[in-house]
Design a protein around this ligand. Structure first.
Ligand SMILES: *Cc1c(COP(=O)(O)O)cnc(C)c1O
Length: 440
């Protein structure tokens, strides 16, 4: 191909879409169809035999969803991506694909609450054990947690909710020395803030519900593959099983997923196994909404980062705030790592400690008028939530402690409003929270 290397902002509005192939429609069409005409039995043979590319059934592929998959692939610089019905489906399918038949995953306690809870409830009964490292800030701690049957390391690029940053490259080195891939949940980072494949990640997962969609309208998830990992190193025998479905149509010889999809074996295996049979399919309409969001990803994140910087600076000085956890703060222990991995800023979601009683904290949340009180992040609107009782409410007090979720914690996700209105809203809510006469 003689195509120039387009920049991020060009790719985010154009990658993966060729109007000529879609009746010259300028916007990506929504292919609202369950199935596709096979044309003829001969063509059906070629499609099923993987000799001709084409669509059969929307559970395993859809042209609108494919544009989203290709766009994210190009934004992250991977070899392929697969879109699924939620961020949780993206994480679950990734773990099932890594540790099929049993095995262990090494991770950190600093995770989205749903991810941690699924690690207790869903995976151990399936023979997949999760090992939490003792010290997330020390890459050696990851090495110590790896055992012979460990199949991968999973971290978040910027952690939910406290916006901590790990040494991604050092953790990738530990993983690769042990012959296992590094999976990074980049929901808070987005491909705009960090190019994780340049820092050693092998698989990236997203909750597209958050900043990618960006408007709080749609649940979705994406898994992206770098295409470099050696799945034939002996630790992943399930990638080396010859399958009848993948047979060579001429010789009848059964082939492995690595032979048929050498550049995208991880994604292809999820499409044919997990997406096909567990079935968490992203709808074409939802793919369209996420694509709409991605078209303005950098503009939104830039503005949200500028707003975040101002709100963090305001809270840092407030006498009813005991701490603020974001690398933008003066004394953040993550400033250097954030400068290395997130030079534009380490995300638009962060936490602070509310210096008051639980009743006062409730009054504070009741008093905000611009911030919305709900369990989402990365929305165009600014959001507030008391994570210990909500987004991380499924964790026991000990688990919350390990994850850095203290009882005084409030999480903010900064949106696109006027920053002065956001600060004024918090200011009036602080006043009301500590006003003895106000009964909200
Ligand atoms: C929200 C979230 C998820 C789960 O995504 P859903 O789309 O809600 O299923 C996973 N990881 C992180 C970091 C999240 O914030």
């Amino acid at each position: 191909m003689t195509e120039p290397q387009y920049g991020f902002d060009t790719l985010k509005v154009r990658a993966g879409y060729e109007p000529k192939a879609h009746h010259h429609a300028v916007a990506v069409p929504i292919y609202q169809t369950a199935s596709y005409d096979l044309g003829s039995p001969e063509r059906a043979d070629r499609l099923i035999g993987l000799e001709e590319a084409g669509y059969l059934y929307t559970r395993i592929g859809n042209p609108t969803v494919a544009v989203l998959e290709q766009r994210i692939t190009e934004l992250d610089g991977g070899t392929g991506a697969i879109a699924v019905a939620s961020g949780m489906a993206a994480i679950s399918y990734t773990l099932l694909n890594l540790a099929e038949g049993g095995g262990r995953i090494v991770t950190t306690p600093r995770l989205y609450g749903g991810t941690s809870d699924s690690f207790q409830k869903i995976f151990p009964p399936l023979g997949i054990q999760i090992d939490f490292v003792e010290d997330s800030d020390d890459p050696e701690s990851f090495r110590k947690a790896i055992r012979p049957d460990t199949k991968g390391i999973l971290i978040e690029s910027i952690s939910n909710p406290n916006a901590t940053v790990l040494d991604i490259e050092a953790i990738a080195r530990v993983a690769h020395e042990q012959g296992i891939p590094l999976v990074v949940d980049n929901t808070f980072g987005t491909p705009y803030l960090v190019q994780l494949f340049h820092h050693g990640a092998d698989i990236i997962v997203y909750s597209a519900t958050k900043a990618l969609g960006g408007h709080g309208t749609t649940i979705g998830g994406v898994i992206v593959e770098r295409g470099r990992f050696n799945w034939a190193n002996g630790k992943f025998p399930h990638f080396e099983v010859p399958q009848y479905l993948l047979r060579d149509q001429k010789t009848g010889q059964e082939r492995t997923i690595l032979e048929v999809f050498p550049n995208t074996p991880f994604i292809a295996r999820i499409r044919f196994n997990h997406l096909a049979y567990l079935g968490a399919v992203l709808s074409p309409f939802d793919a369209f909404l996420i694509l709409q969001g991605i078209e303005t990803l950098s503009e939104r994140i830039d503005k949200q980062l500028a707003n975040t910087r101002k709100v963090v600076a305001y809270l840092e000085k407030h006498d009813k705030v005991s701490w603020v956890s974001h690398p933008f703060t003066q004394n953040s222990p993550y400033r250097d790592l954030a400068a290395k991995y997130f030079p534009k800023g380490a995300g638009t979601i962060f936490t602070f400690g509310f210096k008051g009683s639980e009743a006062e904290l409730y009054k504070f949340i009741n008093a905000v008028k611009v911030f919305s009180y709900h369990a989402n992040v990365g929305d165009a609107r600014s959001l507030i939530i008391n994570s210990p009782k909500n987004t991380h409410g499924e964790l026991t007090p000990e688990e919350q402690n390990l994850a850095g979720i203290t009882p005084d914690l409030i999480r903010l996700s900064i949106g696109l409003e006027d920053p002065n209105d956001l600060i004024a809203d918090l200011a009036q809510a602080f006043v009301k929270a500590f006003d003895e006469k106000s009964e909200l």
